[in-house]
Design a protein around this ligand. Sequence first.
Ligand SMILES: Nc1ncnc2c1ncn2[C@@H]1O[C@H](COP(=O)(O)OP(=O)(O)OP(=O)(O)O)[C@@H](O)[C@H]1O
Ligand SMILES: O=P(O)(O)OC[C@H]1O[C@](O)(CO)[C@@H](O)[C@@H]1O
Ligand SMILES: [Mg+2]
Length: 560
Amino acid sequence: MDSISSSASISAPRFRCFDPTNSYSAAANPRSYVANHHPSVLNSTTRDSKGDIGMTTNSDPKIATGPAGYVLEDVPHLSDFIPDLPTYPNPLQENPSYSGVRKYFVNVDDTVAEKIVVHKDSPRGIHFRRAGPRQKVLNLFNPFFLNLCNSGKLHMLLNGPQVYFESDEVHACIVTCGGLCPGLNTVIREIVCGLYHRYGVSRVLGIEGGYRGFYARNTIPLTTKVVNDIHKRGGTILGTSRGGHDTSKIVDSIQDRGINQVYIIGGDGTQKGASVIYEEIKRRGLKVAVAGIPKTIDNDIPVIDKSFGFDTAVEEAQRAINAAHVEAESFENGVGVVKLMGRHSGFIAMYATLASRDVDCCLIPESPFHLEGPGGLFEYMVKRLKENGHMVIVIAEGAGQELLSDSMRTMDQQDASGNKVLQDVGLWISQKIKDHFTKQQKMTINLKYIDPTYMIRAIPSNASDNVYCTLLAHSAIHGAMAGYTGFTVGPVNSRHAYIPFYRVTEKQHKVVITDRMWARLLSSTNQPSFLHPKDVIECQIEDEPHTQLTDEENHTSNNA
Ligand SMILES: Nc1ncnc2c1ncn2[C@@H]1O[C@H](COP(=O)(O)OP(=O)(O)OP(=O)(O)O)[C@@H](O)[C@H]1O
Ligand SMILES: O=P(O)(O)OC[C@H]1O[C@](O)(CO)[C@@H](O)[C@@H]1O
Ligand SMILES: [Mg+2]
């Protein structure tokens, strides 16, 4: 018996639809809605006495609550704003590759827990809809389905796998935005091949040069033949850009070209852009699914386990660190300085340091440091050079920017997307170190500065990122074919899920320097923490006792 028919045979959950004007309705800010209405703070009059699952009917956000503090932060569905959409049999059930798979389709009720490390009495917490091909797409927020569920006729809805697009009807497009990242071409390839081989879709357009390409550039027809080898190349065959997001021109272009599935690959800025595109499409009532695939070499997107290209970047960074180490140990008082990417988050630097074991000091944006005086970098360098004769420093590009702006009185510059343009901290710190040892220490050092940043970003993805990119692309395709829209896809605690845009754009994922992973790094390099004992106590006081672990504590990049 497959997963869906088994779920049909068990007693169906009873769903309750709430009046959006009552106290369950979503607030303007979805996050404050969850915070204010988290089960732990729901009062008993708003909870269903039978412990049934309750929901809001507002379009955004879609929050369902259940017994034992269960919260589902669902993603929009085309049927939320387009009535009477027809459904079609899912072509996957005829696919010879998948016919032998016993549990290929995901269960309609499957959700993925955001926090898997919980305490005995903590609520079950926030969940996301599990990604994957659906047996039948149920829009639990649709009153028609709710009535059937509540009258125990759920099984009537479960007669065979369904999709919301016919193969011939689909006209998809793919766009890549923001900076480069290893794996972009793999995601493009797997969207094209996945749509063709799994759903029989052959009309896929590539949008050239990022968001502005929708209205200012040509399109590229993408066939399985065109994309066959592209995963072996770095960059993106479509080109990319920053800036140039004009929502109405983009949606006009989508509408004029008859595009009905939009796959948008990019970082936090891109996902914000995707969110407003989705909103405009909904406002116009178009049957167009918008799916975001998160991309960032910096690994700074929250909620998801990690972003594609990150592993490749860490691996490639080893080559630069290794070169710096070889140079440093070959000269008397050799110092190797390696700058790695990481505008606001030091994950590449932290992981590359932990992996390499040749690094004596790792500096990241999240951990302020100082050069002079007791506990400062120079004091540590003198000690280390006396002990070992050489040393390697890894610095993330966003580290110490406040020190640079103090000493260089730099103007605040922004790129076309509004991101702050950073000063070259690697050059700056190299010069500071040279000056210090020449003038203050009267000690000759041999410093070699290596900046491999763009070389790391421009390479093709490694094997594990290639597989990861494939899963991301497939999850996005299954979601769009099933009629979901306005979502970003990504693994949450190793299970792929559909995540509302607002959850991945509301903040950045950062290294938490009071967590265990940073402690591991400090103990592996033996570098000073640069924290005064007072700062540590303040951090601990802010960390008030909680019954459920924080995002950072649950996040695998910060802990294990
Ligand atoms: N708030 C926003 N609303 C709409 N569009 C946005 C917004 N922020 C950024 N964008 C658009 O998203 C695209 C990419 O943004 P950005 O250059 O910040 O890169 P990113 O996606 O964050 O990737 P990276 O990780 O390389 O920085 C740009 O074309 C930009 O115009
Ligand atoms: O030089 P560009 O293309 O603006 O990109 C630089 C930025 O892009 C990233 O690779 C991704 O955000 C950052 O690490 C880096 O600061
Ligand atoms: Mg960004």
